[in-house]
Design a protein around this ligand. Structure first.
Ligand SMILES: Cc1cc2nc3c(=O)[nH]c(=O)nc-3n(C[C@H](O)[C@H](O)[C@H](O)COP(=O)(O)O)c2cc1C
Length: 352
């Protein structure tokens, strides 16, 4: 399958779905500029997902991608969660606040989520992508029958083979450099931490699927390198955070434009799953020796969000989830259409 041709992309580029940061306006601007815009609905209710997909469809006549979290349903672990909340208590206290009494499963998974599946099948987005795993066979069949092209993130060849065997159309090779949550299917299994270069090449050679490279790609030169490795397209997330159309707040934008962009780190402390972000006060706290295990995803995120909210009441923004990849210092704060045009120009220059 010629992936860019099937989607009529003039630039072999996908704007990464970014829960909490990508917006229908951003995705539409990217799609209208000839690449593939994406929204993430993994943190939304089915009604909110329907609304965002409708807003995106109204703003572009071109293909777009809708992304979901597909983690194993979370089993609450009261003892572990209580210990984690106790560990956070002094940090909350510094902001005259207390941790939540009990954690909640604040984000759903697509697995077993009939309402979300119905919303997707009704909306039939041209592309649907999965992060953290794969949905049930019936869900995949329903989305395919609705005409959706299906993508899944893989961080290893084993995950790519699971995706291929399940009928996924193309795989997103997410390297260790990437911003945001690692797409590991099983975060408790050993992580090979493959970088984008090695993973893209391995999957291009051995997965049997078209490969979309993701992680640390910030400019046309990076896209070219991904294509040279055998990828059919590149997926860029961090590069789009600073676009005015994203919903990144001022503190996030300022951090990205500062020296802080040079220091990203992988942490489980914020959400309960490994994710790459700008190092901040939360990640410094997470390095405290002797901390108990972090509560499971997404229940730890309930505490993380509460801590960020408490800190912000005192003007402290160092506890926010400022996801970013290792290429962050190469970020360019441009309107999305201009950024896509610039990326396309750089890619063409490289080709010449
Ligand atoms: C702010 C942010 C939020 C993200 N949220 C999601 C998400 O909701 N779903 C998803 O599949 N990937 C998400 N990702 C990961 C991207 O899909 C992609 O793997 C990553 O952005 C590529 O690395 P880069 O950020 O260095 O370009 C997110 C990345 C960032 C930076």
């Amino acid at each position: 399958m010629d992936f860019p041709a099937r989607l009529a992309l003039s630039v072999p580029l996908i704007q990464a779905p970014m829960a909490g940061t990508s917006t229908p306006v951003l995705a539409a601007a990217v799609s209208n500029a000839g690449a593939l815009g994406s929204i993430a609905v993994g943190t939304l209710t089915p009604d909110a997902a329907r609304r965002d997909i409708a807003a995106l469809r109204a703003a572009t006549g071109r293909p777009f991608n809708v992304n979901l979290f597909v983690h194993e349903p979370c089993t609450p672990d009261p003892q572990r969660e209580a210990a984690w909340l106790e560990a956070l208590r002094p940090v909350f206290a510094a902001f005259e606040a207390q941790p939540p009494g009990e954690l909640e499963t604040i984000y759903p998974t697509l697995i077993g989520n009939r309402e979300m599946l119905a919303a997707l099948v009704d909306a039939a987005p041209p592309v649907v992508s999965f992060h953290f795993g794969l949905p049930e066979r019936e869900a995949m069949a329903a989305l395919k029958a609705a005409g959706c092209l299906l993508l899944a993130t893989a961080t290893s060849l084993a995950e790519a083979h699971l995706a291929r065997d399940a009928g996924i159309d193309a795989v997103v090779a997410q390297g260790w450099e990437a911003g945001g949550h690692r797409g590991l299917f099983d975060p408790s299994a050993p992580d090979g931490k493959l970088g984008t270069l090695a993973l893209t090449r391995l999957l291009a050679a051995h997965s049997g699927l078209p490969v979309i490279a993701a992680g640390g790609i910030m400019d046309g030169q990076g896209i070219r390198a991904a294509l040279d490795l055998g990828a059919v397209a590149a997926q860029l997330g961090t590069a789009f955070i600073a676009c005015p159309e994203s919903s990144a707040d001022e503190a996030y934008r300022a951090a990205l434009a500062s020296e802080a962009a040079w220091h990203t780190t992988m942490t489980e402390a914020i959400s309960g799953r490994p994710a790459r972000c700008l190092a901040n006060r939360f990640t410094a706290f997470a390095a405290t020796p002797g901390l108990p295990p972090v509560a499971p995803y997404p229940r730890a995120y309930h505490a993380g969000k509460a801590l960020n909210a408490a800190a912000r009441t005192q003007g402290e923004t160092g506890f926010g989830a400022q996801w970013a990849g290792q290429g962050a210092p190469l970020s360019r704060p441009l309107p999305a259409a201009e950024l896509v045009a610039l990326l396309a120009g750089e890619l063409a220059d490289q080709r010449a």
